[in-house]
Design a protein around this ligand. Sequence first.
Ligand code: AQP
Length: 342
Amino acid sequence: MTAKRVFSGVQPTGNLHLGNYLGAIKRFVPLQDTHDCIYCVVDLHAITVWQNPQELLRAIREVTAAYLAAGIDPKRSIVFNQSQVAEHAELAWVFNCVARLGWLNRMTQFKEKAGKDRENASVGLYAYPNLMAADILVYRADAVPVGEDQKQHLELTRDIAQKFNNDFAAEIAAKGYNDGYFPLTEPLIAGPAPRVMSLRDGTKKMSKSDPSDYSRINLTDDADAIAQKVRKAKTDPEPLPSEEEGLKGRPEAENLVTIFSALSGRDKAGILAEFGGGQFSTFKTALADLAVESLAPMAGEMRRLMADPAGIDAVLRDGSNRARVIASKVMADVKDIVGLLR
Ligand code: AQP
């Protein structure tokens, strides 16, 4: 039996943070033992919002460095940037013609990102979920590890796969595929921290685009910056509870305990048994030490890799060549199924 295929991606939009790490990148690593993994730097998604071209190039290399520093092995897995494999954009166009306007109108991420000035948002930002569906399905991936914020886009990916399979059922069967052409890809959202929240507001997710740098721990922050951000993280006036039940209705406290749990691998009950009833400052000192200890080696490795951009570019070129072999075969099938001459 062949191993199941995993695909996931991270946007090179700067400020890679602890949420990206715990919700996604950290979870990519062990999947290499059980799945064929394809990890992408989704640069075409990044340009749905204007990016400074020099900064974009740097950020593409930085996400790649984060992948490698976290433990993704570019020999075992395929590591590449999306724009080097043209089939992503090609399949996205076909999906633009499969997905329905009504489906995209329901996407909450577009509403949040476009805000009040919707008329001025790029068409790309609106069609983003169709490109994401193409990213996944151009490899006919079985599963996608993502943070909770991507759940709705994964559901749309399944809707697109299902509609494509229905719309072209006869052609797909004629090609010998009895269960439809595209799989109904599973989201892998589990993990100790599927939604890391802002350090300034426990009801908002930690995000690259938050104007306050104190809202997030960046993967490139040094020890002083991490310690300062944890110390200044918003909390409420009550001491930490001794049991999990007591975290209800206290989003900031819950978020810090979740981060502690995800970084240490300890369960929340044990953490609260140790720190419950004590001052927040004692817990925050322990959390800062833990965060520095967990993230500093990765930041150091990222700096080392970033000092050799040609080395990173070679990894991406090799990965793109391997990704294209899979994607071009799927795209050829799609053209046959849809009735396009090739
Ligand atoms: N706060 C988070 N907690 C857990 N997982 C998260 N992810 C993002 N934020 C959190 C997961 O990280 C992966 C890569 O995300 P992305 O860079 O492709 O896009 P994003 O979700 O738009 O990231 P940001 O930080 O929230 O960027 P902005 O500010 O531009 O919106 C995904 O698997 C995502 O779920």
